[in-house]
Ligand binder design. Structure first.
Ligand code: HEM
Length: 530
């Protein structure tokens, strides 16, 4: 710690240091000696020598141009030489695990004075521990890998495995039996979908869209078919290693020939005695570059079959460059006459469609959880920015047009959250089979469609669509800062560039809307008339 930071200075003294080679400024009651730093300042030296900055309180100017985190970086923190006499800092960063006190930055169930029919004190306790974990272990990794495009380090994966976060991301179930959850604060039998939602939410709070996927999203969607339909032998081989973070899995369904239209797939599996011979290509496969196993959709003689393929002879993967970071490991996968034991078939031969369709529900629900969390962060960023940004001598919030944008962003995220919680409650009270029957439509619509009232008009909206509209609004609020990958608007830039992934991955939003309606039409009683 810098012991000089405890010294106190009077304004008489501070105001004398205002020239080249001898420059002090005050930011939030802290005195900084920028004499040597001025020439290294990324924003240029000149701006620091203006009458309003040199030897003065530059708090307002500073927060109009920098994120608070700049002051917390060790290389800048050490520029602080003391405090203004009798004053203490008023702008503080949240401690790990702490809740934000910005309105709407947290869901109602985490906001003091509000009530919830779904969450208990135990959920709150769990949320605190999970947030602290993600902030301390995952956030630094997220920042680094988003930029480098490298896969998540094994150290972080190991820590996630140790706390059983990898297993918890798959939801409640037998795979949690005997597990110590977050150091034992929760018994496996207590774990429900609201606890799981907390994990997705907190993961998304500290991670970019690409890091959310890079942190083993492939396993989250590729392992359930093994858990639900794999033979005991396959489960014994694959599940423990996957949950321990030692082997990675990808779900390999979509192809250049067919994405959301699963029926149009062209990868074939032909029987040869006790083996399948698999040939074909897969595209947009999340975590595919580093996956050890591929839960693969194949065309077989009697229909569509899901087969678990281990990386080996005939399997090759190459990175696809996408709009988000390569940390997600998005791959083009080629299967060239790959021999796979027939015992690796997941579910019945020819019955793969139901394996995949039932699996989609959980994936789509998870995407809505992470999307809503990211949208909430965007609301928080915009509220903070509009409050601190001074234009034409007034805060940005004094502009009615900005407040209207904030109003629609808040309405979107709150409506998405409320429907999400209601669907999650249904999941908690249904078996896997009941969820497949009763929730495929509602979850498709949730991911796709949330009706909200927007400045007097009632329009159909979508979690993914809400996200994209909020990304647009946020970009307008942040202006040019939302167009750069660093600085004040870096989160907004990233969100604006990547929120489209939520509308495509796990089923294109238009297809999902249609699915919801078709499911409803299937259940229409024959004897109803107007
Ligand atoms: C402890 C004092 C300061 C430090 C450590 C600091 C550091 C930085 C850093 C790291 C950047 C790069 C952008 C970013 O990462 O946000 C930056 C940009 C900038 N800084 Fe500072 N700065 C300080 C004080 C000031 C003050 C008092 C002013 C007052 C005018 C100022 C004006 C600027 C400007 C105009 C930019 C460019 C912003 C942009 O491109 O949007 N800085 N500064």
């Amino acid at each position: 710690m810098n012991t000089m930071a405890t010294r106190e200075y009077d304004w008489d003294e501070i105001s004398k240091h205002k020239k080249k080679g001898d420059l002090w400024v005050v930011i939030d009651a802290k005195v900084f000696d920028l004499s040597k730093f001025a020439d290294l300042h990324p924003g240029g030296a000149n701006v620091l020598f203006t009458g309003a900055v040199a030897g003065k309180d530059a708090t307002r100017a500073f927060f109009g141009l920098h994120r608070h985190e700049v002051l917390l970086k060790p290389q800048y923190k050490r520029l602080q030489i003391g405090n203004v006499r009798g004053q203490t800092e008023s702008i503080k960063a949240l401690a790990a695990g702490e809740l934000s006190n910005v309105p709407y930055a947290e869901p109602t169930w985490l906001t003091s004075g509000y009530h919830t029919p779904y969450y208990t004190e135990k959920h709150r306790e769990f949320q605190k521990v999970v947030r602290s974990f993600f902030e301390t272990v995952v956030r630094p990794e997220s920042v680094n890998t988003e930029e480098s495009g490298k896969r998540i380090s094994q150290t972080v994966v190991d820590k996630m495995a140790e706390t059983n976060i990898i297993a918890m991301r798959l939801g409640p179930g037998k795979h949690l039996e005997g597990c110590s959850l977050m150091g034992g604060i929760l018994k496996p039998e207590e774990f429900d979908y609201f606890y799981e939602a907390i994990i997705h939410t907190e993961l998304s709070r500290v991670s970019s869209r690409a890091v959310v996927d890079g942190l083993l999203a492939g396993l989250v969607i590729g392992l359930p078919p093994i858990l639900n339909y794999g033979t005991p032998e396959v489960q014994r081989k694959v599940v423990p290693e996957a949950l321990a973070g030692r082997k990675y899995i990808a779900l390999a369904i979509s192809e250049a020939f067919a994405g959301s239209d699963v029926g149009g797939l062209q990868t074939t599996a032909v029987r040869d005695g006790d083996h399948w011979i698999v040939t074909g290509t897969k595209k947009w496969i999340t975590n595919g570059t580093f996956a050890d196993y591929f839960t693969t959709g194949c065309k077989t003689e009697t229909g569509f079959t899901v087969i678990l393929i281990e990386r080996g002879p005939g399997v090759s993967t190459k990175q696809i460059k996408t709009a988000y970071s390569s940390v997600a490991g998005t791959a083009f996968v080629t299967f060239d006459n790959v021999r796979v034991p027939v015992s690796n078939t997941l579910g019945k031969i020819g019955a793969g469609m139901s394996v995949i369709l039932s699996n989609f529900n959980h994936e789509r629900w998870m995407v809505t959880a992470t999307s809503i969390s990211a949208q909430r962060l965007v609301v928080e960023e915009c509220l903070k920015w509009a409050n601190q940004r001074i234009v034409f001598g007034k805060p940005l919030t004094s502009q009615a047009v900005i407040r209207a944008k904030l109003a629609s962003m808040i309405s979107r995220v709150e409506s998405c959250q409320n429907w999400f919680e209601s669907v999650t409650y249904q999941m908690n009270n249904m078996t896997y089979a009941q969820q497949s029957d009763k929730l495929a439509g509602p979850i498709g619509l949730l991911k796709q469609c949330v009706p909200i009232i927007f400045v007097g008009r009632s329009w159909p909206r979508y979690v993914s669509r809400c996200g994209r509209e909020s990304a647009e609004d946020a970009t307008q609020i942040f202006g040019g800062r939302a167009l750069t990958t660093t600085g004040m608007g870096k989160f907004i830039e990233n969100y604006h560039r990547t929120s489209g992934f939520d509308a495509i991955l796990a089923g294109a939003e238009d297809v999902l809307g249609d699915l919801g309606v078709r499911q409803a039409l299937k259940k229409m009683p024959r004897d109803v008339r107007l």
